[in-house]
Design a protein around this ligand. Structure first.
Ligand code: SOE
Length: 385
């Protein structure tokens, strides 16, 4: 007999859909799990749209006030898919109500907010996770296995990019529904919290703590019309950010993110160079992991492209047959599966709020470094790998 995990989802945008799909699919592909998510209630301020969302995805009920959703005693886990400025308030209230919490990335706008969230979940002792979903793309999980096996040897370099081009138009307004990522009050930062946070989470998971950073940021369009006030207002987010850093293991890191790279929609790539071998990955070809091993016989030595679709590679035994790929949405299904498993075993589901707070510390040090034009220590002492 399966146990139900009754989900209360807050926020019905892009992420609300990816998570709902995760809950809907997980039992089909991970039938062995003891817990099964139940789409109990969804919440969003606009009644017509939340009602339509509930019908479309099969939620049993809907609310238009998140406090009402948290107050329901038929909800076990609260999933926060709202803009960043609401994460702390909702998460703290959910923890006080004894709910498990799944929170969209980044954890918060600032380290101070994130720390309050960590304190709240620690006090309540509730299960928690943050949706840094890219870890759970099978090729990225395979990269983790390869690094952990020591095949790369001593690591020298970690390099990552996350490039987009959707904000180049100077007439694009800032703020409000769909565009809150452009408003520093709602988002906390621009590409640093939205995109580099993903790269930092993956990087620290694969290569350990980032100890200090030197960054530069740029805001290419200085003023934009604010959708909520109707006025032209200064833009406070970073449109682009480049930083370099030291990892605790002695390797050097180089990171770049922008929303002004014409032609790139969501190009997340990373490369790791070690003493013996290197690996690289590209979100646009997400089923593949590139691997180069200097120890190969010289006449056949070269970059090999591993199609990560075999049953003995991470997560792939759950899907089709070898050779057939999966997509972006599967990373969320995998995170739901891992969260359900963690409830079963009592082990944490990484990245936890604490892990995401460490990522937040790096993001904040990056912004501080760019503003001060100087190196900043991150304060990250260790990272759960
Ligand atoms: C922004 O465009 C965005 O949707 C991020 O918010 C997501 O976290 C990233 O995965 C894709 O891009």
């Amino acid at each position: 007999m399966k146990k139900n995990l009754r989900i209360g989802l807050i926020g019905t945008g892009f992420m609300g859909r990816t998570h709902s799909n995760g809950y809907s699919q997980v039992a089909h592909f991970f039938p062995e799990l003891e817990y099964r998510p139940v789409l109990q209630a969804v919440c969003s301020r606009n009644e017509a749209s939340v009602k339509a969302f509930a019908e479309q995805w099969g939620y049993a009920a809907y609310e238009t006030d998140w406090r009402a959703l948290i107050a329901r005693d038929d909800i076990d886990a609260v999933d926060i898919c709202t803009p960043n400025d609401t994460h702390a308030e909702i998460a703290i209230a959910a923890a006080e109500a004894g709910k498990m919490i799944l929170c969209e990335k980044p954890l918060a706008r600032t380290v101070a907010e994130g720390q309050q969230m960590v304190d709240a979940i620690n006090k309540a002792g509730v299960a928690n996770t943050v949706w840094y979903n890219y870890r759970r793309i099978p090729a990225v999980s395979l990269a983790k296995q390869i690094v952990a096996s020591g095949k790369l040897g001593k690591i020298f370099h970690y390099r990552a990019n996350f490039l987009q081009d959707w904000t180049i138009n100077a007439d694009l307004p800032q703020g409000g529904a769909g565009l809150w990522r452009m408003d520093v009050a709602a988002a906390g930062s621009g590409v640093t919290g939205d995109l580099l946070a993903h790269c930092i989470d993956t990087a620290m998971w694969l290569n350990g703590a980032i100890v200090d950073v030197s960054a530069m940021t740029e805001t290419f369009v200085k003023e934009r019309m604010h959708q909520l006030t109707g006025k032209v207002e200064p833009v406070g987010i970073d449109d682009a950010c480049i930083f370099h850093c030291h990892f605790a293991n002695g390797s050097l890191g180089l990171f770049e993110s922008t929303r002004y790279a014409r032609g790139h929609k969501a190009l997340y790539t990373f490369e790791i160079n070690g003493e013996h071998a290197s690996i690289r990955w590209d979100l646009h070809d997400l089923n593949r992991l590139e691997y180069f091993d200097h120890r190969d016989e010289s006449i056949v030595r070269g970059w090999r492209s591993i199609h990560v679709t075999d049953g003995d590679q991470p997560y792939m035994g759950k899907w089709w047959v070898p050779g057939l790929g999966i997509g972006y949405e599967h990373s969320f299904i995998h995170q739901v599966a891992d969260f359900l498993k963690s409830i079963e075993t009592g082990a944490p589901c990484h990245p936890t709020f604490q892990d995401a707070l460490e990522t937040q510390k790096v993001c904040e040090a990056v912004i501080d470094s760019a503003n001060a034009r100087s190196w900043k220590d991150t304060g990250v002492e260790s990272f759960a790998m």
